[in-house]
Structures are given as structure tokens and as C-alpha cells.
Design a protein around this ligand. Structure first.
Ligand SMILES: Nc1nc2c(ncn2[C@@H]2O[C@H](COP(=O)(O)OP(=O)(O)O)[C@@H](O)[C@H]2O)c(=O)[nH]1
Ligand SMILES: [Mg+2]
Length: 440
């Protein structure tokens, strides 16, 4: 981590050229920089002023608006300033160079503004992740998840569970200090056991979410499976509207898993074309088939394809999977109600199939209860917390000592503290903030 006492600056808006560029500055030198750069001197706090910006040799950088926002009520918690300039590369370079002329002032690292906001208690770690997600959001669903997270809705839930654990811990400590007291947690209906059971239930419910938050963030997974020559690669290309996978009449053409990223049903989805399932011709194809089965197994939606001019037997179909008969232009078949009949050649039935895929994905994403967990890091922490709560309950039911129970409750509470970044592990912080863009 670079020196946190430095003053940092960065282009906060998109790459040039653009109509307006926003240059952001944060740190102890901001007052001095503004007093020198703004032609009319340091402006009143939070008032935008129009005028020329000058470098240290009094050459004009540009003219535009500038705002000075003193800490601690700023984004980073430090003195900050924003300059609204013409969005040309030369203007931006001149402005950043001019700012970096000041002592202990340098370009910011990715995520450094938000990292400072976190260090100064303006945001917790979960909220900071919400900032990154909001910037990365491509779909409305992703945006709404990110906003919830940024608003502190998730943090509040995690804090509530943590404070319940701390309460249980306080009760346990009483019985450690006064071991003869009646309220030692020696039976399953003690206040401690009640509290732990209620937290266990909440954690279990949050974790039983089909990972929908992660799917909305990272994309739903759709797998196209079926025998060689069923038209799997042709369907993938049609969905992608480009020639993503090689199509040929030679069985076993697709060997690796080919994935395309689509926006469908208002969501991001990764559609995987896979090797045709058959007795493998060689070791490479066998590996492709193994990968195909693995990918199909972990998919949120499977499309099973069979060609109309071949044997149409659907096997391995699970509830929720879609059955598709392809090459409808080649042979006439009577399809069941729950089977789609398509031709990627003529386009017949394709629109309908695509609409159903969109609907399935959209229904998976839009559940009655908004998902709490949005990423693996949160899931792992909650799973660990649940593990320790279960251990504690197990100890209680087996008449374990209060000290031992307390240790597990403490470990569970620590997981929730780490989740919001209250107790920080440098590696976690590093990995969270390094995924940000520069200027945020
Ligand atoms: N007539 C017709 N041929 C198709 C259709 N879809 C795929 N094919 C052909 O079937 C062969 C195998 O297609 P491909 O997409 O590579 O199948 P895969 O092995 O399942 O990936 C190719 O020659 C395609 O041109 C279709 O709807 N109608
Ligand atoms: Mg193929």
C-alpha cells in the first residue's frame, strides 16, 4: 500500500476524448493546491466556481468549474477537490502533471480514493464493494444489488447478526465468571442456545439462495448439450449472433467448452457450447466430453439438443432443463408440448426458444426475497460463521463448558467482523481494492 499521507489525484471520468473530464484530488495538500491552481484562490467549501486553472509557472491549464470539499465530510474523509475540465488528453495530462508538482502528491492507485474512504470510516468493506459493483453494473439487476450493498443494507444485516452473537457471548461470559449460577448454558433451552438457534436459522436461510446474488453479479450459466452433430454450435452462434464456435458436419468438431457472454432476460448469461456426448474418438475428445459433463452439471439451465433426422431420445434430462429438437427443416417430427422444434438454418422456432430462455433466466433472478449474498467472499464468511454457531450448539447439547462454547461464538462473530472489514486482513483489503478502477 502506497503512503496514505500522500495527496493523490486521478482522472475520475472516462477515457478522453470526452465532453468533460473530472479530475479528483484528495489529501492534506488539497487546500494548497486549490489556492494556487484556482485563479481566484481557494473557493468556499462545496461551492462550484468557474475560472481558469493555472499550473505552478502560472500557465493556463484550462478553464472550467472547480469544487473544494473539506474533510471529514467528503467522499474520502479528507480534504478533496474536483476539477471539471474539457475532456481532452492534453488538458487532462497538463492538469495531472500540474497537481503532481506539489510535494508528496502523486497519481492515485486503483481504488485508492475508496480505500481512504474505508480507512477513514466513511464506508465499510461491504459498502466499498458495492461502489465497485455499481461502477461495473451492466444490468438493472446488478445495479440494484450494488445500490443495496452501497446503502448499507447488507452491512446492517451482518451487524445485527454480529451483535446477537456478542450478546450471546456476554451471557456466556457471565456463566464463565460465575460457574455456579443457574443460567449456565447446560441445556438446549438456555437463552444462549435460543439466541444461537435463531442465528443459525437466519444464516441457513441466507445461504439457501441458489447463489442468485452471485449469478446476477457474475452471470447465469447455460449449457448446450447433446450428441455430436445435433446443432449445438449452430445454436450457440445464433444466440451469440456471431460465429463464436466452429460449425461442421464432422462429428467431434467441438472439443473444448466454448463460452459466450450474452445479455438475456435482463441478465448476464454465459452460454457454453460443449463437445458432443458420445464414445470418445481420442484422449482430447474424451477430455472435452468430461468437461462438457462437468459444465452441464454446474449449469443453471441445460438445453438438450437432438437432431430431427436422428434418433430422438432425450435422456439425462432433469427438471427445469429444456428439450430442443433441431434441424426441423430436415425431417418432419411431431414434438411434445414441452419440446422445442427449431431450425438454425431457417430460423424456425428460434425466437420462441430464445424468449423461453430469457424468461427462465429472468425468473431465476427475480425471486420474492432479494438476495443478500453477492459474492464468494461473503458466502465463505457466512458459511464459516454458521459452522462455528453449529459447533457451539453441538457443544451445548453435549454439556460442553461455557469457555468452549464461548470460543466458537467468538469465532463466528469474528467472521462477521471480517466480512465488513472491521478486523482487516491486509490481503483481503488488497484484493478488494485492487479490482477498482483508477480514480475511484
Ligand atoms: N439443415 C440444417 N442443418 C443444420 C442445422 N443446424 C446445424 N446444422 C448442420 O449440422 C452440422 C452440425 O452442426 P453443429 O452446429 O456443428 O453441431 P454440433 O456438433 O452439435 O456442434 C453442420 O453441418 C450444420 O451446418 C439446422 O437447423 N438445419
Ligand atoms: Mg459443435
Amino acid at each position: 500500500m502506497a503512503d496514505a499521507r500522500d495527496t493523490i489525484c486521478a482522472l475520475a471520468s472516462g477515457p478522453p476524448p470526452s465532453a468533460i473530464a473530472i479530475v479528483r484530488i484528495s489529501g492534506p495538500k488539497v487546500r494548497e493546491i486549490c489556492a494556487s491552481m484556482f485563479e481566484s484562490g481557494l473557493p468556499a467549501p462545496r461551492r462550484s466556481v468557474f475560472g481558469r486553472f493555472l499550473d505552478v509557472s502560472r500557465e493556463t491549464i484550462d478553464e472550467g468549474l472547480g469544487v473544494f470539499m473539506p474533510g471529514p465530510n467528503s467522499y474520502t474523509g479528507e480534504d478533496t477537490a474536483e476539477l471539471y475540465l474539457h475532456g481532452g488528453a492534453a488538458v487532462i495530462d497538463h492538469a495531472l502533471d500540474a497537481i503532481c508538482e506539489f510535494a508528496n502528491t502523486r497519481l492515485a492507485e486503483p481504488g485508492e480514493f475508496t480505500r481512504r474512504a474505508f480507512e477513514n470510516g466513511r464506508l465499510d468493506l461491504v459498502e466499498a464493494e458495492g461502489v465497485a459493483d455499481l461502477i461495473d453494473a451492466e444490468t438493472r439487476a446488478q445495479k440494484s444489488l450494488a445500490l443495496n450493498q452501497l446503502d448499507g443494507e447488507l452491512s446492517a444485516q451482518y451487524a445485527e447478526w454480529r451483535s446477537k452473537l456478542v450478546e450471546a457471548l456476554a451471557l456466556l461470559e457471565v456463566s464463565i465468571d460465575f460457574p455456579d449460577e443457574e443460567d449456565a448454558p447446560d441445556e438446549t433451552s438456555s437463552p444462549v442456545a435460543d439466541a444461537l438457534q435463531s442465528i443459525r436459522l437466519s444464516l441457513q436461510q441466507a445461504l439457501q439462495d441458489d447463489e442468485v446474488g452471485e449469478r446476477i453479479r457474475e452471470g447465469f450459466r447455460i449449457a448446450i448439450v447433446g450428441p455430436p452433430n445435433a446443432g449445438k454450435s449452430s445454436l450457440l452462434n445464433r444466440l451469440a449472433r456471431r460465429e463464436a464456435a466452429i460449425v461442421s458436419d464432422i462429428p467431434g468438431t467441438t472439443r473444448d467448452v466454448v463460452e459466450v457472454r450474452l445479455k438475456i432476460g435482463g441478465q448476464i448469461a454465459w452460454v457454453a457450447d460443449t463437445a458432443g456426448l458420445r464414445e470418445a474418438g481420442d484422449a482430447i475428445e474424451a477430455e472435452g466430453i468430461r468437461r462438457a459433463r462437468e459444465r452441464a452439471g454446474s449449469a443453471d439451465l441445460r438445453l438438450h439438443l437432438r437432431a430431427a433426422d436422428e434418433d430422438i431420445v432425450f435422456d439425462d434430462v432433469e427438471a427445469g432443463d429444456l428439450k430442443v429438437i433441431t434441424k426441423a427443416d430436415k425431417a418432419h417430427v411431431a414434438a411434445d408440448e414441452d419440446t422445442f422444434l427449431i431450425s438454425t438454418l431457417s430460423g424456425e422456432g428460434f425466437g420462441e426458444l430464445e424468449a423461453v430462455i430469457a424468461d427462465v433466466v429472468s425468473r431465476k433472478a427475480n425471486r420474492d426475497v432479494a438476495p443478500l449474498i453477492t459474492r464468494k467472499r461473503h458466502r465463505t464468511s457466512l458459511q464459516q460463521a454458521l459452522f462455528h454457531v453449529e459447533q457451539a450448539l453441538d457443544l451445548i447439547s453435549r454439556g460442553g463448558g461455557a469457555e468452549l462454547v464461548a470460543e466458537d461464538v467468538r469465532l463466528a462473530a469474528r467472521q462477521l467482523s471480517a466480512l465488513v472489514g472491521e478486523i482487516g486482513v491486509e490481503e483481503i483489503l488488497g484484493s478488494v481494492f485492487s479490482s477498482f478502477c483508477i480514480g475511484k
